[in-house]
Design a protein around this ligand. Structure first.
Ligand SMILES: [Zn+2]
Length: 743
């Protein structure tokens, strides 16, 4: 189909790049230009702009059949006139309606960039044809939304969904991955006005997966990076390389250098008191509907002391909500003084001091985006405006109807002397949390005195993050976005929501599977948790997901006051599979409050897994069973790697343990093996059967690899108490330090 012509090429460094202006086709329409590097070859019809991209390492072409459009908009209609620049590996096609599209090889010849000029205000739709995947090619798309979605072509659920840049449960990284015929490709972009739309159509037995990129307003380019043969692991590792070049991948080690307290976040569970003072206002914020003190500041500190002393929780990220005047999120952003109902400024300062004397990270929960009509500093001047000048309202929360503070005004308010700096001076928490900042979609404001677009909104929120982090040392916000990684330390909500993988998105409606893609790209870069409360007696799948992601849990449903001193009604059925982590039979937490049982069991497992993986990426993710139920994640590489296997299925499965041989995992069972950690919830391990399953962890106390260690702490959560190690049997009810070798 492509006409043949003479080739000229030029070498630049080690990367072959060439631009060929080829002769017109016999029908007189469509001379073809070729752009080529070591990894790809693009052929573009100079008159129609139709193009193809060949991944030279795999031989796979995008699109598989026919050619791809240069983009759809009225300015790109008609015939193009071509001009090339061999030095820049660029072909520019000027359309007769005024628009132009520029094809360039960028990133050392690794990627093809499509850039649009003179597009005016028009929205351009592109790549819908280029990225089509059908049954014949087999394959899938990877969507970086929270942990990540794998959307296979072969599924009978038809759907169409926009995953807008930085939207709530949209694309949380500026990329999408595609694999067909075992050949991988990444699409990247920079602008928050890019709106990718993924669609699966189903016709009888035929399935088709497409991704259209809608480029609105300032969004004028996309890049395609073919990766050769590969899968999701290739997409993740190549994207990490790219993200490092863009400055996103600031690692935890670098963040610890920035502020040494970050090290205390490694392996730390997230305890959050929600909310100390719980006051609910009416819609207009004029009348109180209910008010309740759930914890005084003294009680908050006593809970932290209970976790440390009674439960032996060494690492905890301890957050308090509702400390503000009025209670969260009443009368924001006028926070001070700390509310007298819970004890006032002095009691809060004392609580933070006591919490941090346990070496826990003390954190206060704030919000500078929502403003209420009863706030002392309420002014419409701060609020985002619609194009008609009306105020943009937010959600109906405890404080009443919230109004959205425009991002530059958020920073202005946060920087007032009575806001963050006064809070820092009074209470000195090591960490600060500003709610909703990373969670909401990028904003637009039409107030003539502070107009912003989506990219400005992100830029202002980055400044707010830097301000908060420089003041307190550790900074985080809700959900999490890639652009926030260099400017923050933790995300609350990335890993899951309310005991589920997503908040509103339903993977099953997309015929999609959740994969730990975020961990494959950024595990070593950020402290991450889920958000909102959930039921411990239904949490087994949620715990299994956190095991695979190597992330500690969030505990946001603490009972009121000094809860462990009272006996709650028993409603859990610990024998049900989904309630397994509430068990304490014959184990460490037997007889303790149910909330503490779940917290201790899961902290011992997830905190330990996070500690041994925190400085590594998830380097290899794979399915060990055809039905996708048995999943394995390897963090790090070589002898130091941590291997995590989890059974997400409804029936027991047998896996092979490097240290314990034939191992049987019940539903939601797992096995983690690392040089310095073994943890399992299994019905068989190391030659021992555990009817009804047992949960153990083994960690050296001398920091030697377990196989060489002369001192190993064994933790037993529940189930039969016998553990076999190095050929010897030990009975461990709660915890023991064993000495496997003669000293
Ligand atoms: Zn504004």
């Amino acid at each position: 189909m492509m006409p043949q012509g003479e080739k000229t090429s030029l070498k630049r460094g080690s990367i072959l790049v060439c631009l060929l202006m080829l002769l017109p086709a016999a029908n007189g329409r469509g001379a073809v230009t070729s752009l080529e590097s070591d990894s790809l070859r693009v052929q573009v019809n100079n008159e129609t702009g139709q193009w193809t991209l060949v991944d030279k390492r795999s031989g796979v072409q995008w699109p598989s059949d026919g050619t791809a459009s240069p983009g759809n908009s009225s300015r790109l209609q008609g015939v193009f006139a071509a001009s090339g620049d061999a030095q820049k590996n660029t072909l520019r096609l000027a359309g007769e309606k005024g628009g132009a599209v520029v094809f360039s090889l960028v990133d050392g010849g690794r990627a093809l960039e499509l850039r649009y000029e003179n597009a005016g205000d028009e929205t351009i739709r592109v790549l819908g044809d280029a990225l089509t995947i059908t049954d014949a090619q087999d394959g899938y798309a990877i969507v970086p939304s929270r942990e990540g979605l794998l959307v296979p072509v072969k599924n009978d659920k038809a759907f169409k969904r926009m995953f807008g840049t930085s939207e709530y449960e949209g694309c949380h990284m500026n990329m999408l991955g595609f694999v067909k015929k075992s050949s991988a490709l990444i699409v990247t972009w920079d602008d928050a006005y890019v709106f990718p739309e993924i669609e699966r159509t189903v016709s009888g037995n035929e399935h088709k997966l497409t991704a259209v990129f809608e480029l609105r307003r300032s969004a004028r380019l996309v890049r395609l990076m073919p990766l050769g043969k590969g899968d999701w692991n290739t997409v993740a590792s190549e994207y990490r390389r790219y993200a490092e070049g863009r400055g996103f991948a600031v690692t935890l080690r670098e963040k610890i250098k920035r502020d040494p307290h970050v090290e205390r976040m490694v392996g730390a569970s997230n305890a959050k008191l929600w909310t100390c003072l719980n006051r609910r206002m009416n819609e207009e914020s004029t009348a109180e509907e209910s008010v309740k003190v759930q914890w005084t500041f003294d009680e908050a500190a006593r809970i932290a002391e209970h976790l440390r002393k009674d439960l032996g929780i060494e690492r905890c990220f301890f957050m308090m909500g509702g400390w503000t005047e009025g209670g969260y999120d009443v009368r924001h952003p006028d926070n001070l003084p700390a509310n007298p109902e819970c004890g006032g400024n002095e009691a809060l300062a004392d609580a933070v001091k006591r919490i941090q004397s346990l070496n826990y990270i003390g954190c206060l929960h704030d919000n500078v985006q929502d403003m209420y009509r009863d706030a002392k500093s309420w002014s419409p001047d701060f609020i985002e405006k619609n194009a008609d000048g009306s105020l943009i309202a937010g959600g109906r929360w405890l404080g009443g109807r919230a109004y959205m503070v425009c991002a530059p005004k958020q920073l202005e308010l946060a920087q007032r002397t009575q806001n963050l700096s006064a809070i820092h001076d009074l209470f000195s928490p090591w960490a600060y949390f500003v709610d909703t900042t990373y969670a909401v979609p990028p904003r637009e404001c039409y107030d003539p005195t502070h107009p912003i677009g989506r990219n400005d909104d992100i830029a202002w929120k980055i400044r707010l993050s830097d301000y908060g982090r420089n003041l307190f040392g550790i900074f985080g916000s809700e959900c999490g976005r890639e652009w926030a990684l260099p400017h923050s330390d933790f995300f609350e909500g990335l890993v899951g929501v309310s005991g589920h993988y997503y908040h509103q998105l339903k993977p099953e409606e997309l015929g999609a599977q959740v994969i730990p893609f975020f961990e494959m790209v950024y595990h070593d870069c950020q402290v991450c948790y889920g958000k909102y409360g959930y039921r411990a007696d239904e949490a087994a799948e949620y715990v299994a997901h956190h095991v695979l992601c190597a992330r500690p849990l969030h505990y946001h449903s603490f009972p009121d006051h000094l809860y462990w001193q009272s006996r709650p009604e028993k409603r859990a059925n610990p024998s049900a599979d989904l309630a397994c982590y509430t068990r304490s039979d014959n184990g460490w937490a037997e007889g303790l409050h149910p909330y503490d049982v779940f917290l201790k069991n899961t902290h011992e497992v997830l905190g330990a897994i996070n500690e041994v993986t925190a400085y590594n990426r998830l380097t290899e993710f794979r399915y060990l069973s055809d039905n996708g139920a048995v999943r394995q994640a390897v963090y790090g590489e070589g002898d130091e790697a941590t291997r995590i296997t989890v059974n997400f299925g409804q029936t027991p499965v047998e896996v092979t343990s490097q240290t314990g041989g034939r191992t049987v995992l019940p539903p939601w069972g797992f096995l983690t093996e690392s040089p310095r950690l073994i943890a399992f919830y299994a019905t068989r391990w190391n030659g021992r059967d555990y009817p009804n399953a047992a949960l153990f962890t083994l960690r050296p106390t001398d920091n030697k690899p377990l196989k060489d260690s002369g001192s190993i702490r064994i933790f037993h959560a529940f189930g039969p108490t016998t553990l076999v190690w190095a050929g010897k049997s030990y009975e461990v009810e709660r915890e023991e330090v064993i000495k496997p070798w003669p000293q």
